[in-house]
Write a new protein. Structure first.
Ligand SMILES: Cc1cc2nc3c(=O)[nH]c(=O)nc-3n(C[C@H](O)[C@H](O)[C@H](O)COP(=O)(O)OP(=O)(O)OC[C@H]3O[C@@H](n4cnc5c(N)ncnc54)[C@H](O)[C@@H]3O)c2cc1C
Length: 295
């Protein structure tokens, strides 16, 4: 391991100034669950580590205009048990619960999970399906991106040197909607997914036709991705089991998985079709329940 400076700023402005000073040679550290391993393995060699732990104001989960905002330093465990998230977006709280072990969930942060851009992670999949937007700050400026545009390649995001993720804003579910997250992991309960699917289905007020569907997938490409072909297949249609299965089949053509110890690429493609069908069935059931409750 190489020697590096360690800085622990107490404000966002101070953190951004330090990042500006060191440029590409600085690395932010939040939970450290990924970065410490990468440093130990010599995959990254920062000359300065900038800890976000003492930065004020990044650790809140709050309601904003019908949406929920998660600060970058919120841990996976805090998101999992948050009463606000459990009430407004239970599918997201449940997704955080599916991450690894409780020890890791106590350390790993929302911002770290996004910036790390590992396509096997759970939270980005559900966040994309829910239409989340990521907040990015740099010294003297800020921008916001739909999360689905944030991931660029394997472990690569839209972040430029000197930029930080400061939070993610997740809109509430529309009326007559149901959402689900399914993580297929045939090895151990604390593993990364072999295939992960998040689905949101919104029905017309009559509860029969699908007015919109959002489907996101994890572990089946170099980034988490949106499955637009099956979404288009469902939109405006009267839902039924046959159509849901056809949408699952269509998702198979959207993915480009790698063969690894969690399964061959072919197996992951097959399981994508199966898991998308199951997720859509569950989301559809939940949407129908929400229509019945509203009547
Ligand atoms: C054994 C193990 C199993 C795991 N299993 C799963 C799993 O099944 N599902 C899952 O979803 N996750 C899993 N994780 C967690 C996941 O892989 C990452 O380790 C975690 O999300 C990173 O969060 P962190 O806060 O620890 O980031 P860090 O390790 O602190 O940082 C990760 C990267 O993000 C950058 N960074 C951190 N915060 C910011 C920020 N706010 N702005 C800009 N850049 C930032 C860092 O510079 C670094 O490049 C697992 C981790 C481990 C160690």
């Amino acid at each position: 391991m190489n020697a590096f400076d360690y800085r622990a700023p107490r404000s966002l402005d101070e953190a951004l100034t330090v990042l500006g000073e060191y440029g590409e040679d600085a690395r932010v550290i939040a939970g450290g669950t990924a970065l410490v391993t990468m440093i130990r393995q010599g995959l990254v060699r920062p000359t300065c580590l900038v800890s976000l732990r003492d930065v004020e104001g990044l650790g809140r989960i709050e309601a904003t205009n019908g949406a929920v905002r998660l600060g970058a330093l919120v841990t996976h465990r805090e998101a999992e048990v948050s009463p606000l998230l459990r009430e407004r977006l239970p599918v997201l709280a449940e997704t955080f619960r599916r991450v690894a072990t409780i020890r890791i969930r106590h350390m790993a942060t929302v911002g770290g999970a996004l910036a790390h851009a590992d396509p096997n992670q759970d939270p980005p999949v559900t966040l994309i399906a829910l239409g989340a937007r990521v907040e990015i700050r740099r010294a003297g400026g800020e921008r916001e991106l739909p999360l689905e545009e944030f991931f660029r390649d394997y472990y690569e995001s839209a972040l430029e040197p000197g930029e930080l993720v400061t939070g993610v804003t997740v809109p509430g579910l529309p009326a007559a909607s149901g959402a689900t997250y399914l993580k297929f992991l045939p090895r151990t309960a604390d593993d990364y997914a072999t295939v992960a699917v998040a689905a949101v289905i919104t029905l017309d007020p009559d509860g029969e036709r699908c007015s919109g569907a959002r489907i996101a997938l994890g572990s089946v490409g170099v980034t988490p991705l949106r499955a637009r072909v099956p979404e288009a297949l469902l939109s405006g249609q009267r839902l039924g089991e046959g159509l849901i299965q056809a949408a699952g089949e269509a998702a198979r053509g959207e993915v480009d998985p790698l063969s690894d110890h969690r399964g061959s690429a072919r197996y992951k493609r097959e399981m994508t079709a199966v898991m998308v069908g199951r997720a859509l069935t569950q989301a559809w059931d939940a949407a129908r329940r929400s229509v019945r409750v509203a009547r």
